[in-house]
Ligand binder design. Sequence first.
Ligand code: PRP
Length: 174
Amino acid sequence: MTVAGRVLISEQDIRRRVAEMGAQISADYPQGPLYLIGILKGSCFFLADLARAISTPVRIDFIGISSYGKNNTTSGEVKLTKDLDLSIEGCDVLVVEDIVDSGVTLNYLSHLLAQRKPRSMRIAALLDKPSRRQRAVEVKYSGFRIPDEFVVGYGLDYAEDYRALPDVRVLDGL
Ligand code: PRP
């Protein structure tokens, strides 16, 4: 497969920003364990790098979500496809996401996870497209604000391709 698209955020810029985010999170959570919850599948690379940039002890879990009608997000229909393995009751939780777009996924998840009575819960997202927001989401740790363009790489896919690119690229013409 030929590598497509133009680079929006370079590997070096991602590395630098993830290190900054990790330092900030470490300062905000001096005591562990901090429960990092990755949303499958897009967050896997960000979670792996962020976890290693956090000096506080972390525990790692994953949750799977599928949303219907991605191009018609006003429906806001979301389904849980894989639940957490760990209990988060009484724990400090950081939900780790690659991108916040309409906000449907994180809005749903925030409500779902809050019912499990964590001690605290915040969101870290590498990319944020605020212009697309349809549901309110409070992103405490945000890596980059990006324009409304279709991006792939560093976990983000187009029809399951491009996730393993080391940078974030724009696929024009989609
Ligand atoms: C993408 C992305 C977020 C969500 C953001 O996931 O990884 O989880 O969409 O969009 P939203 O803010 O509009 O809800 P996707 O459903 O494409 O699954 P994937 O992570 O497995 O690629």
